[in-house]
Design a protein around this ligand. Structure first.
Ligand SMILES: Nc1ncnc2c1ncn2[C@@H]1O[C@H](COP(=O)(O)OP(=O)(O)O)[C@@H](O)[C@H]1O
Ligand SMILES: [Mg+2]
Length: 350
């Protein structure tokens, strides 16, 4: 292998999602990629040269596979092997062991480990995102169909009103006009803006402060700010970011209710994965409230448009927040944590 292609191969290895471990015939670790270090929660430097039995606590099944591969010089595969990765957790892993020959001519074993759980989760997230997008698309179609005749309806009511000069019947034309306006506002909200329109350099705290000022003091809740002052600037569309956090803060305030508490927490995250993309740097914003949490019966559907748990709700806030976050390559997730409700937004910074 030339120096160039060796560098390329090692670059490839480092960026694989699959954990790759290489063992010598003595079953001591010769090489490991970063996905492997991540899976085993240990640094490669500390593990190199160690026997398999010291790297993986419950190693018997794996050792057996490696010995067989070495002896018979053929490939062995096992799906969903439960492996204890460290003291706290076991995980189902797809394991592939391939015998190979090292540069020095000695035999070696290439072990590939794929975390089935995270793969299933990623696949499910992908499917959900697809469904949400489909729901939003059909909603957008309906919105356009409603919007077009609405203008005509409103215009006709205005003309009629002029003819009804001074008549008490104007009360009715007023209802038509104000209801047409209300419907148009609703429809405008259904027409989620698509894609990233104008990315500019932003300070997330300035955005959050603006959102709090728009939200106002009704119902009265206690706002707590837990800001990380060292956050770098963010490239994003200002209006869309305001919309995301306005929707989340509104929900949080409604859930917390009078006398409740809403916390805005910002943090920098390093080396995190957002929607199956690995990012070196990301911004995390949590909107936390002291309310009772999302009702169990809508929890799995709350990000779909028109799903609401409130009598006067429309069910667009979360759907729009999700669409806009995804347009920025970010993710949004919900969690109950110690009696608090957390909506967590991750936005890539690199
Ligand atoms: N912070 C929260 N705490 C509890 N429930 C929430 C929260 N945020 C959203 N929800 C639930 O999710 C539903 C959907 O929210 P959303 O999409 O903003 O629509 P809407 O607010 O119009 O109902 C809400 O009706 C509510 O039941
Ligand atoms: Mg809402």
């Amino acid at each position: 292998m030339s120096a160039g292609s060796a560098a390329q191969a090692s670059h490839l290895l480092e960026n694989l999602h699959t954990a790759v471990l290489v063992f010598g015939p003595d079953l001591r670790l010769r090489a490991i990629n970063s996905a492997g270090e991540h899976l085993l929660s240990a640094s490669g430097r500390k593990m190199l040269g160690l026997p398999l039995s010291e790297i993986v606590p419950d190693h018997e099944a794996l050792t057996d596979m490696l010995e067989r591969a070495l002896k018979h010089r053929r490939c062995y595969t096992e799906w969903g092997m439960e492996l204890r990765l460290n003291l706290e957790r076991t995980a189902p892993l797809d394991v592939m062991v391939t015998p190979a020959t090292a540069v020095d001519g000695k035999p070696e074993l290439i072990v590939e480990l794929v975390n089935v759980e995270s793969l299933t989760r990623a696949r499910r997230d992908e499917q959900l995102a697809f469904l949400h997008e489909a729901a939003r698309k059909s909603l957008r179609g309906v919105a356009h169909e409603i919007k077009n005749p609405l203008g005509g309806l409103r215009g006709a009511a205005q003309l009629l009103e002029r003819e009804l000069d001074g008549s008490s019947l104007r009360e009715y034309t007023q209802i038509i006009i104000s209801e047409a306006d209300r419907l148009r506002n609703l429809v405008d909200r259904m027409l989620v803006p698509r894609g990233r329109s104008q990315a500019v350099e932003l300070n997330i705290h300035e955005i959050l402060e603006y959102v709090l000022s728009v939200q106002g003091a009704e119902p009265p809740v206690e706002f707590e700010r837990d800001y990380d002052p060292s956050l770098p600037a963010l490239q994003a569309d200002r209006d869309q970011l305001v919309q995301i956090f306005l929707n989340l803060v509104r929900n949080a305030v409604q859930a917390a209710g009078s006398g409740g508490r809403v916390t805005l927490r910002t943090r920098v995250k390093r080396n995190c994965s957002i929607r199956q993309q690995q990012h070196r740097l990301a911004l995390q914003v949590e909107v936390i409230d002291s309310g009772p949490g999302v009702p169990a019966e809508i929890e799995s559907e709350m990000f779909f448009p028109m799903v609401t748990g409130r009598a006067d709700g429309v069910g667009l806030g979360l759907s729009i927040a999700q669409a806009l976050t995804q347009a920025h390559d970010g993710s949004i997730e919900y969690e109950r944590d110690g009696g608090q409700t957390v909506f967590r937004i991750l936005l890539p910074l690199d």
